[in-house]
Design a protein around this ligand. Structure first.
Ligand code: G3H
Ligand code: 13P
Ligand code: ZN
Length: 384
């Protein structure tokens, strides 16, 4: 069933485990993600970022998708999640990742998302507060949860590059929760987006501890989120490079540090890059093992594009030839199926170990089966 993110994070917080949140860019990925969460009996948070919504709306140039394409994509992902997870025994949340505008928030709510992020972290503090407050006012009447962000992660965040990070100030985080009424907050504490987090990146766990401690003192029942948390498995990098890739300085966050912060107040852990890497490795492997596929009319162009971009790990940049299948599942057979099956396997193998290491496996029964409709009254009662 579909639930708001608040229900999933309440269980994670109460029972002391971390909940992974995984970015989706294709019908086959949604299908596989739901399946692996079901097998491991974990609640699921599936995410669509602004660019994913654009891509899923059919924009090959997904970085510059129009509002209309994003709106269509949001509805398409919403429908897919309902189709693959509507009758699932596990609670599943569909969450907007790094939403930038109230327009995008509304489009996602209309499309069936049960949670949204509004990312005002690049704005001056008071403007971030005002924007996030507006998003809460928009989303809570639908029972939809809201995540905000405070502090700046180094690296590429939503395609805006920042050379240095500004760590989250725990006291300001308290003020932010109080003024906005948001359910969850992404903090900056040493992680970064993308595959180049630096060798031995160190999480400043004390920022999470201090923030959560202050929240408890102030009676704030909110959750903390760790973005940029891919682990960048080194064998993925090595195998991609052995097959012609050119990934340099690709290092992630040590998974032991992530498991540790689940005990320091972090409730949600965002992972996207690991899935991209696994897809790219698997698709390259398939073309190497089956060279006849390199000449296939249907998927040969995927191989050509993949080969031409040895530094790229994002499947959206090379699957254009089978775009229709990726975005809506149509025509998923024959040679095309060889690629989508690589993506299914990739999603499962990237996610499965993290569900175990973050501790959410075998916990789905602990999550309250509450709908967004039922959340509406709770928010009203609490006046948020
Ligand atoms: O934090 C950003 C996520 O990795 C989503 O990436 O905006 O390229 O879909 P995207
Ligand atoms: P990674 O790039 O580390 O996978 O981070 C993903 C993320 O934070 C999505 O919001
Ligand atoms: Zn992020």
């Amino acid at each position: 069933m579909l639930v708001p993110m608040r229900a999933i994070l309440e269980a994670a917080d109460h029972y002391g485990y971390g909940q992974g949140a995984f970015n989706m860019n294709g019908d086959c990925q949604v299908e596989a993600a739901v399946r692996i969460h079901e097998i491991l009996r974990s609640g699921a948070i599936l995410q669509g970022a602004e660019a994913s919504n654009g891509f899923m709306g059919g924009a090959a140039d997904f970085m510059h998708a129009s509002a209309e394409e994003k709106r269509l994509g949001a509805r398409r992902i919403g429908d897919q999640v309902k189709r693959h997870a509507g009758d699932s025994p596990i609670p599943v949340c569909l969450h907007l990742d790094h939403g930038k505008s109230l327009e995008m928030v509304q489009a996602c709510i209309d499309g069936g998302y049960t949670s949204v992020m509004i990312d005002g972290s690049s704005l001056p503090y008071e403007d971030n507060v005002a924007l996030t407050r507006e998003a809460v006012k928009l989303a809570h009447p639908y029972g939809v949860s809201v995540e905000g962000e405070l502090g700046v992660l180094a690296g590429v965040e939503d395609h805006v590059f920042s050379a240095t990070s500004t760590y989250t100030n725990p006291l300001q985080a308290i003020d932010f929760f109080k003024k906005t009424g948001c359910d969850a907050l992404a903090i900056s504490y040493g992680t970064m987006h993308g595959p180049n987090k630096g060798k031995n990146a160190k999480i400043r766990r004390e920022i999470a501890i201090a923030t959560k401690e202050c929240m408890m003192h102030e009676g704030i029942r909110g959750f903390l989120v760790s973005h940029g948390s891919s682990t960048v498995p080194q064998e993925y990098v090595q195998q991609i490079n052995e097959m012609g890739g050119q990934l340099e300085n690709a290092y992630g966050i040590d998974v032991n540090q992530l498991a540790d912060v689940t005990r320091c107040g972090i409730n949600k852990i965002n992972v996207d890059t690991d899935i991209r890497l696994a897809c790219t490795r698997n698709i390259m492997e398939m073309f190497e093992k089956h060279p006849e596929m390199q000449k296939s009319e249907a998927i040969g162009p995927v191989w050509e594009k993949l080969k031409a971009q040895p530094k790229n790990v994002d499947p959206r940049n090379y699957v254009q030839a089978i775009m229709a299948t990726v975005i809506d599942g149509s025509g998923d057979k024959g040679d095309v199926r060889c690629v989508t099956d690589c993506m299914r396997t990739a999603v499962m193998e990237a996610i499965a170990p993290l569900l175990v290491q973050f501790g959410s496996y075998r916990k789905s029964h602990l999550i309250e089966a509450v709908t967004c409709e039922q959340m509406v009254d709770r928010y009203k009662k609490e006046g948020i």
